[in-house]
Design a protein around this ligand. Structure first.
Ligand code: SF4
Length: 414
């Protein structure tokens, strides 16, 4: 299994922080479940089988088994010393394959495999550990096992009815990487350039779309440099839909539903007063506080965000089988939309660090808040089943139309 396009600018070594064991929903195959039951975990942990494994809806009317979590939210196999009980007793290969590959995911593109990383992992977000480029052999072995039963990937689709080759899809991704790494622009200007490029991609005649994209990108970048870009508040309808999307990202997977959900949804629609407490690590904040300008991002946040977008684009994990079957255009829109989302959540996380005086003048966002926001977003991005639903796809499509996406990027990016 040949790996291509390793993110050479990315490092990772597991630092055993147990974050994934507390937040990640690990699905297991019937075979893995049977193997774990044979290992006698129900007796060892004195737990009935329905506490060891639970059914989970994986979309499309399908269900799978997942590892159970205890009342504190931790995986039932996580021991008090912070180590995995399965790993400690039976070795690494005895763990479910999803645990073994985390935080990597592998994207099949033709006869090559690309590597994506989950920035939900603090070591990935912090770029800590061994360079990925030095882990090729180990990653190839993992990819081989992970994709052993995977069928042929569906060909990439630009938008309904237009199929692309993997080379064309890669060329499109490269044009967006060029926009996001353009050193002549600040990060928000780069994201604006990428959002305008998405508009070009939507409207160019099919034959010109790929080959002319870089030329358009250069022109768009020149235009942004010459004219600058204002911070104009998005329209009322856009702001409501955006906050509804915030609510989906803010919710913990598998958290309470029903009446509580209804009240939360109303609160995000109204967008006034205190934000609902959806996860314990999200500080108390008021909607109004998260609309203020941020001043500027520090260099470390700039680096983290650039790396995040490079990894997502170069792995092609933003569309197709790797991302709820999104088309390339839908997937690029959803990825660019994470920029205002990240900066919204960064403002939210920053509330616990800022003094009231700093809040009034609008301080600049620093790495701890931005890193927490990136981790929260990438816990859900490409994984939260709600984002695969037709209604959410429609919402994302509307939020990434001409005008709406650019305003969101400038409003929350400045
Ligand atoms: S979140 Fe990352 S660093 Fe922490 S235990 Fe999981 S893989 Fe290791």
């Amino acid at each position: 299994m040949r790996l291509s396009v390793l993110p050479t600018y990315q490092n990772f070594t597991c630092h055993s922080c147990t974050h994934c064991c507390r937040t990640y929903i690990v699905t297991v195959t019937d075979e893995e479940r049977a193997r774990l039951l044979r290992q006698g975990w129900a007796e060892k942990l004195n737990l009935p089988a329905d506490k060891l494994f639970q059914r989970v809806d994986v979309g499309g009317g399908r269900e799978k088994w997942r590892l159970g979590h205890d009342a504190s939210g931790a995986c039932v196999f996580l021991a008090e010393d912070g180590l995995c009980r399965i790993h400690a007793e039976f070795g690494e290969n005895a763990k479910p394959i999803e645990c073994q590959i985390y935080p990597f995911t592998f994207v099949q593109t033709g006869n090559r495999v690309r590597v994506n990383l989950r920035f939900a992992c603090p070591s990935v977000a912090g770029n800590r550990g061994k360079p990925i480029s030095e882990q090729q052999r180990a990653l190839e072995r993992l990819a081989h096992r992970f994709l052993a039963d995977a069928g042929k990937p569906s060909p990439p689709v630009l938008q309904r009815g237009i199929t692309l080759t993997w080379e064309q899809t890669d060329a499109i991704a490269q044009a967006f990487i060029a926009a996001i790494t353009d050193e002549s622009l600040d990060l928000t200007a780069r994201m604006l350039c990428a959002s305008q490029l998405l508009e070009v991609l939507r409207h160019l005649p099919a034959a010109d779309r790929v080959k002319d994209l870089n030329r358009y990108r250069e022109r768009l970048a020149e235009g942004i440099k010459a004219e600058g870009y204002p911070r104009v508040q998005p329209k009322h309808g856009t702001r409501v839909m955006f906050r509804q999307l915030v609510g989906i990202y803010a919710k913990k997977e598998g958290s309470a539903s029903g009446w509580h959900n209804f009240i939360t949804a109303l609160s995000f629609i109204a967008g006034k007063g205190e934000l609902p407490q959806l996860q314990p690590h999200l500080p108390k904040a008021r909607f109004e506080d998260l609309e203020r300008p941020i001043g500027s991002l520090d260099d470390e946040s700039f680096e983290l965000l650039t790396r995040f977008y490079r990894v997502k684009l170069s792995s092609l994990a933003f569309c197709g089988d790797a991302h709820f079957g999104y088309t390339v255009i839908e997937g690029l829109g959803a990825l660019l939309l994470t920029y205002p989302l990240i900066l919204y959540f960064a403002r939210w996380f920053a509330q616990e660090r800022e003094t009231p005086a700093e809040r009034r003048v609008g301080g600049s966002l620093t790495l701890p808040a931005v890193s927490q926001a990136v981790q929260l977003i990438d816990t859900a991005y490409g994984y939260r089943r709600a984002l695969a639903l037709r209604a959410q796809r429609k919402r994302i499509e509307l939020l990434t139309q001409e005008g709406a996406l650019s305003r969101l990027i400038a409003w929350y990016g400045l």
